[in-house]
Design a protein around this ligand. Structure first.
Ligand code: FRU
Length: 486
């Protein structure tokens, strides 16, 4: 099954059947846990379980048995996990253990309406087996039929647990001393950011600015569900602001909308809890699909993969604070021998890379703008199909065009071109591109512009091209490195 057409070679995918959101991301005892929304009995969405995988390096994953399955309170929807270091729950006899906080989803027997309530499960054996808490559910609010996806973290400044969860088209914040009893703190979101679908899968965390722990801001991620009117489908917005343990205050004007990713296939992403302070990274992973077409993508025995794990950071530039994403450095372990070029002028009609044929690789390039109106790469290319990563100089736009990327006909909204503005500093542009059997992830500049897109090229479509249109561009450096399979 690992060699099935489109099976990702360096992204996490379920052994078989349907997967959606990453859940319960937590680091404990040298292991990264990845739980995920899982339907073990089919390749489309169905009664939700938590699938489970474990990694020591965020790159190689070992599949573990299903951690949580539907019970008398309903299906197991998205949620998070934390290390309860001080045994605030009393589940662990004074030791540290893992607690999962998730949404139980069922129908209210009286009204027959959708009902979403928050529940707990815990593990005393490093996540191998899970017990659901006898006092479930621990938090409900009948005003919201959509009340889900709790993300919990310890807030040392106020010495308590914080939960942020989606409540209709807002997020709600709660406090707790023991993860079992929750009190309402505040609500955020009315009139702020994008409201073009239901809000889902929030996250909230503090990040240093330019790596300086004395200057920090809080980042809130909010995923927005698919709606028929928007071709973009489901995607993730974010806010930067301040959080005092009770209230989140958005720095931007309420109408400002910031998208985390300008491609179509990065949804419901959240960050790992309890990454040790000496590591210090805020590590994020998203579900690499889109509710617009997720259930009809052309894979056979399994459906969906996660993005590569990414580090999220804040940098200041002029008078702005910018969120950047960078692939985790552990991915470099997959690198085989690279081919390199430097100080080369790229001219129209002359492909420096015509000798290369690669299905899975990473490409790191730096360009200096010259007279070309557009330049970039074509990957997974043949006479019949190609995926284009280009930069349109006048529009200052980086884009991925998957209109001719291989299998595209399974959904009318799949083919297309997705772009985002990125200014070049000193007329220079850096591109960092990860290509797998069925995806492309583009990090432009320092990672302030990111495009994540699924593609479904044929097995034989492995050609590579570097191109320039209507003039030349100077390649300062280029490294292309095939990647080992995980
Ligand atoms: C997001 C989502 C969550 C929900 C889960 C159900 O993709 O809709 O809001 O908990 O998927 O599988």
């Amino acid at each position: 099954m690992t060699n099935e057409l489109y099976r990702p070679q360096f992204h996490f995918s379920p052994q078989q059947n349907w997967m959606n959101d990453p859940n319960g991301l937590v680091y404990f005892h040298g292991e990264y846990h990845l739980f995920y929304q899982y339907h073990p009995h089919g390749t489309t969405w169905g009664p939700m379980h938590w699938g489970h995988a474990i990694s020591r390096d965020l790159v190689h994953w070992e599949h573990a048995p299903i951690a949580l399955e539907p019970d008398e309170h309903g299906q197991i929807f998205s949620g998070s996990a934390v290390v309860d270091w001080q045994d605030t729950t009393g589940f662990f006899n004074g030791e540290a253990g893992l607690v999962a906080i998730f949404t139980h989803h069922d129908q209210d027997p009286d009204s027959d309406l959708r009902r979403e309530r928050q529940s707990l499960a815990y593990s005393s054996d490093y996540g191998r087996t899970w017990t659901t808490y006898s006092g479930n559910p621990v938090l409900s609010d009948a005003r919201f039929p959509d009340f889900r996806d709790p993300k919990v973290f310890w807030h040392p400044q106020t010495n308590q647990w914080i939960m942020i969860l989606a409540s209709g088209q807002t997020v709600s914040i709660y406090h707790s001393a023991n993860l079992k009893d929750w009190s309402f703190a505040s609500q955020f979101g009315e009139g702020e950011g994008a409201h073009i679908g239901v809000w889902e899968c929030p996250d909230l965390f503090e990040l240093a600015i330019d790596g300086d722990p004395a200057r920090t801001k809080w980042v809130m991620l909010v995923s927005i569900g698919n709606s028929a009117e928007y071709r973009e489908g489901s995607r993730t917005q974010y806010f930067i602001g301040d959080f005092d343990g009770t209230v989140f205050k958005n720095d931007a004007s309420p109408e400002t909308v910031k998208w985390l990713d300008s491609g179509r296939d990065n949804y419901a992403g959240v960050s790992w809890s309890d990454v040790p302070a000496k590591d210090g990274r805020r590590i994020y992973v998203g579900w690499m699909s889109n509710w617009k077409y997720a259930q009809v993508t052309p894979t056979i025995s399994w459906r969906s993969a996660m993005t590569i794990p990414r580090t999220l950071s804040l940098i200041s530039r002029q008078d702005q604070i910018i969120l950047i994403q960078q692939p985790v450095e552990e991915l470099n372990r997959l690198k085989l021998d690279s081919s390199s070029w430097d100080e080369t002028i790229v001219e129209p009609g002359c492909n420096l890379l015509s000798q290369l044929h690669l299905p899975c690789f990473v490409l790191e390039a730096e360009f200096e703008l010259q007279t070309a109106a557009e330049f970039g790469f074509k990957v997974r290319a043949s006479d019949l199909s190609e995926t284009v990563v280009g930069y349109e100089v006048e529009k200052q736009e980086i884009f991925v065009d998957r209109s001719r990327s291989g299998e595209i006909a399974f959904h009318a909204d799949f083919p297309g071109r997705h772009g985002v503005t990125i200014e070049t500093s000193d007329r220079r542009l850096k591109l960092h591109i990860w290509v797998d059997t069925s995806s492309i992830e583009v990090f432009a500049g320092d990672g302030e512009a990111v495009i994540t897109d699924l593609i479904f090229p044929g097995e034989e479509e492995q050609g590579l091209e570097i191109y320039a249109l209507h003039g030349t561009v100077k390649l300062i450096s280029l490294n292309i490195t095939p990647l080992k399979s995980i």
